[in-house]
Structure formats: C-alpha cells, structure tokens
Design a protein around this ligand. Structure first.
Ligand code: PXL
Length: 320
C-alpha cells in the first residue's frame, strides 16, 4: 500500500471510531475526576448554631473543601452557641430517629458516622442507634463536654456519664484534655504532663472498645502544647507540637476533628491526619488571633479553605 492510500484509510477509520474515542476518553476523564474527589460521605450528627462558628457551620465547609460530602443530621438549631450569654434553641431530638429510618430505607451508605455536641441523654441514645445501623462505617465520637478544665454549662454529670457510654462504640475519639480527664475520672492536670502519663491516658481511653485516641491541647513537660495520638491498629504513639497562642475559640475541636476525618477518609495515616488537622487549626487560630476576635465568634476559616483543597505534604509529626 502506498503512503497516500495508507493515510486515507487511517483517516477513514479514525472518522468511524472518533465518536467512540471521544466517549472512552471522556469516560476516563470522569473516572479520574472521581479518584481526585473522594466520593466519601459522612453523616454528621451535630447541632447548627447561627452565631459563633462551631459544629455544622465548621464541619460542612471543612469537609466539603476536602471533597468529602457531609450529610447533616441536625440535633438542634440555635441562634448562637451556648457560650453566648443568651441564645434561642429548637431541639430536634425527635427528628433523629425518623431521619435514620429514612436513610436505612433508602439503603444510604455512609463512609463515616461522626457525632459531637449532644444536648441530652436521649440524643446520645439516638446516636447509638445510628452507630449500630452502620457497623461498617468509620465511627468517630468527638466527646464534646468542656474545655479549659471545666465542663460546658449544659453538661450535667449524668450527661457526661452517658457520653462515656457513647465513646465505647467509636473507632476514633478526639477528646481535648478536659474531656479526656472527665472520661477517665481524673483531675484536670495543673502541670505539664510527662510522656509516660499522657501515654497511659491514651491507652486507658483506648482500652474499652479498642479505639484510636487523639487528645488535643495537652501540655507536655518535654514538648509544650501538643496533640497526641494512639493508633490502635499498630500500637504506635504520636505527637504534633502546636505553637502556643494565648487565646481559645469556639469550634476549635470541631475543626480539628473534621480535618482529621477528611484526612483519614482520603488515606492519611494517623500521624499525617493529626498533622493536617493541627496545621489547619493552627492557621485559623493565628488568623483569628491577628484580628483579635472575641472567642465566641469562633475561627475565621472562610479565607483559609484553599489550604484544604490543595493537598499538603506534611511531616511534622514525631513518635511520642
Ligand atoms: O464546639 C462545641 C459546641 C457545639 N455546639 C454548641 C456548643 C458548643 C460549645 O460550646 O455550645 C451548641
């Protein structure tokens, strides 16, 4: 076959198959897009507070920026979080069970079920039902109960006890140091903790239910303010040092836990996920501090979300 004939034949063949080539190429492009996006879905059993960025108003933007879909299961609507002097609240406890029934009926899959601030013991019972309904999902409990050595105003001893029941079903728990002390029935430490002491707290918190545990805002004798973790899958202990900022803001724990979940769902190891969550939270704390915002307003995250949309390589974690 001479050269012109060969080119003509090839051109005719290409014309015939062009349509299919385009479809196949587009198909693989769509596939690529899906790999880059996570396609993961998290049921977030949390309240929504109008003022004072916390719970769902933090969780939704953070996880969305990480390409993770949030399915909110609102437990209450508040005009402002409970740290404000005044707020109005509509309790949605009676919404939780029908919502779960609907998702079960639809056969909805959740890659993760994540619970946080709870307004009553009954809400914790509904959370337990949620976790039971999705045994294969990653179960994350942020046992929101207090901060700075004190329980929040709405957390009675009975509610804290019920929270201790909820943490036993979790795969991952993310207490701050105050909540870790409440769960263990320990005094809030007044001095920086030794590595041996914080490791024993991590193991004791992991023991019942064999959980991965991450404790935030722990002051260590040889490490300053740190976030520490125990990975139940391989028995390893980790720490990420945090820069000290003389301020605290509402919703910090919600932000930390959301980034941690996003990282883990996208394949981060525990130390890298802790590193990612600490780094982003620290960035938002420093931004907010620079504007001297009142603590009740929460963290100025809106301008920082692009940090989460890009993939940051991180290596600031150490063995504890
Ligand atoms: O970030 C924890 C939180 C969540 N939701 C409500 C809160 C708080 C902490 O005070 O009041 C309503």
């Amino acid at each position: 076959m001479n050269k012109t004939k060969w080119i003509k034949k090839a051109a005719a063949l290409l014309k015939k198959i062009k349509k299919y080539v385009i479809i196949v190429w587009y198909g693989s492009y769509e596939g690529m897009d899906r790999v880059m996006l996570s396609g993961k879905r998290v049921a977030a059993i949390q309240d929504i507070s109008g003022l004072g960025r916390c719970s769902l108003t933090v969780i939704i933007p953070v996880l969305s920026a990480m390409s993770v879909q949030v399915c909110p299961v609102p437990t209450a609507v508040l005009s402002a979080h409970t740290g404000y002097d005044e707020f109005v609240m509509r309790d949605l406890t009676d919404y939780m069970k029908p919502a779960l029934e609907h998702y079960k009926k639809m056969g909805t899959h959740f890659d993760c079920v994540y619970s946080g601030f709870m307004a009553s013991e009954e809400q914790i019972d509904h959370c337990l039902e949620f976790f039971r309904a999705y045994p294969d999902s990653l179960k994350v409990v942020d046992p929101v109960m207090g901060d700075g050595g004190k329980a929040y105003a709405t957390y009675t001893d009975k509610l804290c006890k019920k929270m201790s029941e909820l943490v036993t079903v979790a795969d991952i728990i993310t207490p701050n140091l105050t909540e870790a002390a409440i769960l263990l029935g320990e005094e809030f430490p007044t001095k920086p903790m030794l590595n041996t002491q914080i490791k024993s707290w991590l193991v004791r918190l992991s023991d019942k239910g064999n959980r991965t545990v991450v404790i935030t805002s722990a002051e260590l004798a040889n490490g300053g303010m740190s976030t520490v973790g125990f990975d139940r899958d391989n028995g390893s202990f980790w720490k990420v040092a945090n820069d000290y900022v003389p301020a605290h803001y509402s919703g910090t724990g919600d932000m930390f836990a959301s980034v941690l979940i996003g990282g883990i769902l996208k394949g981060d190891s525990l130390p890298v996920a802790i590193n990612r969550a600490s780094a982003f939270t620290e960035l938002c704390i420093k931004t907010t501090y620079s504007y001297q915002l009142p603590w009740t307003e929460g963290l100025m995250l809106e301008g920082q979300l692009s940090w989460l949309t890009g993939y940051q390589e991180l290596s600031d974690y150490r063995k504890l």
